[in-house]
Design a protein around this ligand. Structure first.
Ligand code: ARG
Length: 469
């Protein structure tokens, strides 16, 4: 057996498909076409797929038990070589699949050459990508998403009574509780989490057995392989199996929705940590300084998450473009699926991790939030509702309060800072109990129904949200 380390990258005999070729691959084409630089990260899935395939081949009598065992042992050694950093990847062998297969053959001889029976790189790569994505969803993305949700829910529990102004049009609207605001973000993340579970159903379907495009002449047992690899089922059509990448597009759409939510949230955290708002402190370990302005503490984490959102949207566009012109079945275009997919997986993992850590440590400045809620006439709707309770039609009440607000604007006072006679001048329906509804606490406590901002409701909603994690 020759050692691949000793071979020249362009030696024609090294490749497993050179039978009909008389010229070696152009050196630039070889480098241009190689995917091993980025697909080697799927080595575990590639090996798991080969092990399952070898077991299946032996179960139908295509491989002997000895051949199967020597393949499994050889692949285990290769996995250890890769993990130990001793494996020599070769671009002449194009991709992770041929690199591993060639090394196996070098190690164990003819049994290694039999592994590819009834299989093609087309169904192999489609299987590897699905396994890789599924593993990332299960082992990294889902747990990090839950960790972030938990941080938000616990923050909501702690801050169920903390008052801040709620906005529409980024203008002060009505007082709300900070806990209620956090739970709004959790609702979005909860939907993202449900969408991911749904996306996984379509990821976890096995292309292996589709072979190059039409299936294979061997009596393969696809149910066996699917079970070995933890797939829900084999795909139903071989042409679709090798060429479909809509599972990846669906994941990228999912990631785009998630990042769109995180980007919006980032925008708020950036505003809230400015000295104009000064409502939150993101913590020194999540911020950076300026090399010129000594006073600066910049909210890099939310800014980067907002920026990385653009990159994820770009990957979704790339994948849609890669697919739109492809006739059935496999085309080399599909090799271009990996970089946007892997980059998005890494980006999503990073954003979720840093957010889960950061939100668990955020500190609030409740006095500043409260003071902000006192500006901008945030209890004006409460005054209108009070008038309605005292028999004034809502449209008239709206007009009355509008006039009171106009006086407040002119004299630079909140409604709660006016005296009773002044307020009474706007409407006979105003009595001395009016000040109860003009307080921030009274305002939020009054919105005491399912989905409302009252502290009681926020605590109940947080308990429910925690349970559904
Ligand atoms: N590296 C290839 C990819 O990522 C593997 C499949 C190659 N198939 C082929 N017929 N050339 O898609």
């Amino acid at each position: 057996m020759s050692d691949p380390k000793q071979e020249k990258a362009t030696e024609v005999t090294e490749k497993p498909w050179t039978g009909r070729f008389s010229e070696p691959t152009d050196a630039f084409v070889e480098a241009f076409g190689a995917s091993v630089g980025f697909d080697q990260r799927m080595y575990r899935q590639d090996i798991a797929g080969s092990v399952a395939h070898a077991k299946m081949l032996s179960s139908i009598g295509v491989l002997t038990d000895e051949e199967r065992d020597s393949i499994i042992d050889g692949l285990a050694e290769i996995e250890a070589e890769i993990e130990g950093g001793q494996f020599q990847w070769s671009i002449a062998l194009e991709d992770v699949h041929m690199n591993i297969e060639k090394r196996l053959t070098d190690k164990i001889g003819d049994a290694g050459k039999k592994l590819h029976t009834g299989r093609s790189r087309n169904d192999q790569v489609a299987t590897d990508v699905r396994l890789y994505l599924r593993d990332e969803i299960d082992n990294a993305i889902t747990p990090e998403l839950k960790r972030l949700q938990l941080a938000l829910i616990e923050l909501a529990e702690r801050e169920a009574e903390t008052i801040m102004p709620g906005f529409t049009h980024l203008q002060t609207a009505q007082p709300i509780t900070f806990g209620h605001h956090m739970l709004a973000w959790n609702e979005m993340l909860q939907r993202d989490s449900e969408r991911l579970i749904d996306c996984r159903k379509r990821v976890n379907i096995m292309p292996l057995g589709s072979a190059a495009l039409a299936g294979t002449t061997y009596p393969i047992d696809r149910g066996f392989t699917a079970k070995e690899l933890g797939f829900d089922r084999p795909c139903s059509n071989s042409l679709d199996g090798v060429s479909d990448r809509d599972f990846a597009i669906e994941f990228l759409s999912w990631a785009s929705l998630l990042l769109m939510h995180m980007s919006r949230f980032s925008e708020e955290l950036i505003l809230w940590s400015s000295s104009q708002f000064d409502w939150v402190d993101l913590g020194d370990s999540f911020c950076t300084g300026s090399s010129i302005m000594p006073q600066k503490k910049n909210p890099d984490v939310p800014e980067l998450v907002r920026g990385k959102t653009g990159r994820v949207f770009g990957s979704l566009s790339s994948m849609l473009m890669i697919m739109k012109g492809q006739p059935l079945a496999y085309n080399k275009d599909n090799q271009e699926d990996k970089e946007p997919l892997f980059d998005t997986i890494d980006t999503v993992r990073g954003c979720l991790k840093v957010y889960a850590d950061m939100m668990a440590q955020i500190t609030l400045k409740p006095d500043n939030m409260r003071e902000a809620a006192l500006r901008g006439f945030s209890t004006a709707t409460d005054l209108a509702d009070y008038l309605v309770r005292n028999g004034v039609p809502f449209r008239d009440a709206h007009e009355v309060v509008g006039k009171a607000v106009a006086l407040g604007v002119k004299t630079n006072r909140d409604l709660s800072e006016m005296d009773l006679d002044e307020l009474k001048a706007f409407s006979d329906a105003i009595g001395d109990d009016v000040f109860e509804v003009l307080t921030l606490e009274g305002s939020v406590a009054a919105r005491d129904h399912l989905g409302g901002t009252a502290p009681r409701q926020v605590k109940a909603a947080a308990t429910l949200a925690k349970a559904s994690l």
